[in-house]
Design a protein around this ligand. Sequence first.
Ligand code: NAP
Length: 285
Amino acid sequence: MTDGNESDTFDVGGDLTVHRLGFGAMRLTGEDIIGPPADERAARAVVRRAVDLGIDFVDTADSYGPGVSERLLGEELGGDDAVVASKAGLLRNRDGDWLPHGDPDYLRNQVLCSLDRLGTDTIDLYQFHRPDPDVDFEDSIHAFAEMKDAGQIRHVGLSNVTVEQLETAREIVDVATVQNRYNVGNRDDEDVLRACEAYDVGFIPWGPMYTVDEEGVAGTLEEVADAHDATRRQVALAWLLHHSDVTLPIPGTSSVDHLESNVAASRLSLTDGEMAALNAVDPQS
Ligand SMILES: NC(=O)c1ccc[n+]([C@@H]2O[C@H](COP(=O)([O-])OP(=O)(O)OC[C@H]3O[C@@H](n4cnc5c(N)ncnc54)[C@H](OP(=O)(O)O)[C@@H]3O)[C@@H](O)[C@H]2O)c1
């Protein structure tokens, strides 16, 4: 495969082997991640091309659309095409706000909806999208543990959590992954990444390309990109893959061209000097 996904692999939950460069399916929806995509055929083509390119780890959530992204994946992906990671715990309103909702009954309801839309009996990885300040965190995690015990989900993941919350959850159930915002220009959650390494938990950095145009980040990315005839985004993704063995970046796109460019980042090999320069990036300065 010359144009495909050449990232190495990670065993999600110890038993689901995936290439570390995955795909984020949040953008296969309408404006503000509400409703269907403007061009549903084009969105379906992105999913199929992702599989062709060797992407075998796809991230979605009940709240993307809501329901739309899961439904499209359920319709386009065959059973063995990819490990699918979905989430529950956020509601959308008409203003497009993302509202934490960690009530256990709600989560139990949502997994049934996700199973139906994804067209499966067991979701590979189901992530608690965001701790709800109005619900005891442990109660929400117990709901995920029950789903696992019932066979509705294979593995439990967390999202937008602290190290303390990861450790609290691990006392209740095995945690396979953590998904937090993290990229070359925003490493606020470096401590969470390091905890994931210590526990052999996968770390899924969302927004992997958010800071590529920021002052203090763009210049260094550009210099490295020029040396490889690559783009800033590709270097940002390659940095994530080189920075830790447990990262599973999930760049999101609604475009086949962008998808192909993002997958090409898996073939970019950065030198120690380039990694040192990128590690020294300090967007706050
Ligand atoms: N857990 C959470 O709370 C959380 C929050 C946000 C996202 N996520 C997950 O993380 C995934 C990735 O996050 P994200 O989509 O927000 O951020 P991202 O992957 O860093 O960036 C996506 C944005 O970059 C554009 N893009 C992608 N590839 C490009 C390329 N090669 N050239 C130019 N533009 C490109 C996309 O537009 P085009 O569509 O035009 O390519 C889109 O606007 C999501 O799909 C979702 O699964 C999780």
